[in-house]
Design a protein around this ligand. Structure first.
Ligand SMILES: [Zn+2]
Length: 336
């Protein structure tokens, strides 16, 4: 046999092995070419027929062929085995991809905005660091009022009278200063007080103050507005009740209760068996406030109210500790 002939046979054998498409064909080719009676051992026996001067090269080519065929078959086999292992198991349960969620507090804030927007209110915002003027003086807070003390409010600098706002009513004052009546605004935002933290108090929380000033605005409209709001929030059966109270910035003033939405007013642990839940403060805007910002208090009247967004959130979702809202514990947040 000639060297050229051997080289041709070699190329054909390797080509055939490479083209093996299944594990069965690989195994069949292994037997065909490499087993004891396979084609490659058969070729070794042909060395006798080769001319002496070519024997050495003939043997070299054959040895290399046997080696290559062997490696090729092993590689093909192992690549097939890996593919078997990597096959996708469609019966496995899917992996959960964590998706961000809306914070319950912001859900409530946006729901409040939405309800008041439908009643014609617009949203006003203002700075969180305020001067004493916008927090106390303009709101008719007397000089002796305890909120002015550093034990109650968080001052940035007492000398320059800068403090973190204790309510968002400052935004109402700023809005009234800039534009003419009528005003129909809500001011949701963060407020700060020097409170010791416990299950119902944090030093930072969210308020939503509302203001409506126009000609002939009456207390009945205040009642109607808050009743409409609470009905959307807690259901059509909800009733409201107003208890006389004192605030420096409104006259008359009241605290607002709604019928317990858990027991419907029968009495339960949520409402401490009273059937009512206290939800905010309100009243008719004190004429002095209007005069402070240059609004004619003979011509215009108005009402204002304040709601604690945490409290509304806690009641709606059955949250017992206000600190849960701010601790960013995923186990808590994932429930909403
Ligand atoms: Zn109840």
């Amino acid at each position: 046999m000639k060297i050229d002939k051997l080289k041709q046979i070699r190329d054909n054998i390797l080509e055939e092995i490479k083209n093996s498409q299944t594990l069965e064909i690989i195994e069949a080719n292994r037997i065909k070419f490499l087993s004891k009676k396979g084609e490659i051992p058969e070729l070794f026996s042909k060395i006798r027929e080769v001319a002496n001067e070519e024997k050495k090269e003939f043997g070299k080519i054959l040895n290399k062929l046997r080696e290559e065929a062997y490696d090729l078959i092993n590689n093909l086999k192992s690549s097939f085995n890996n593919t078997e292992e990597d096959k996708i198991d469609l019966s496995l349960p899917g992996r959960n991809i964590p998706v961000g969620k809306y914070h319950p507090l912001y859900k409530m804030r946006d729901e409040i905005k939405q309800i008041f927007r439908q009643m014609g209110f617009s949203v006003a915002t203002g700075p969180e660091i305020e001067t004493e003027y916008y927090i106390f003086d303009a709101l008719n807070m007397p000089e002796w009022h305890p909120a002015r003390k550093i034990t109650d409010s968080l001052y940035v600098d007492k000398d320059s009278q800068l403090l973190l706002r204790t309510e968002t009513s400052s935004v109402q004052i700023r809005t009234m200063e800039k534009t003419d009546p009528p005003y129909r605004i809500i001011c949701p935002g963060r407020v700060y007080r020097n409170e010791k933290e416990n299950a119902t108090h944090t030093a930072m929380f969210m308020h939503c103050e509302g203001l409506y000033v126009d000609e002939n605005v009456s207390f009945a409209e205040l009642k109607g507005t808050l009743l409409a709001f609470f009905k959307v929030l807690y259901g059509n059966e909800t009733k409201v009740r107003f208890r006389p109270h004192y605030f420096p910035f409104t006259e008359p003033s009241a605290e607002v209760d709604v019928t317990c939405f858990k027991c419907g007013g029968k009495g339960c642990s949520l409402c401490k068996n009273s059937g009512w839940i206290e939800l905010g403060g309100c009243g008719m805007v004190h004429p002095k406030l209007l005069e402070n910002v240059g609004v004619d208090s003979e011509k215009y009247t108005g009402f204002a109210f304040g709601l604690g967004i945490e409290r509304l959130t806690m009641l709606k979702y059955g949250i017992n500790d206000i600190r849960d809202i701010y601790e960013n514990d995923l186990r808590f947040l994932e429930q909403f």
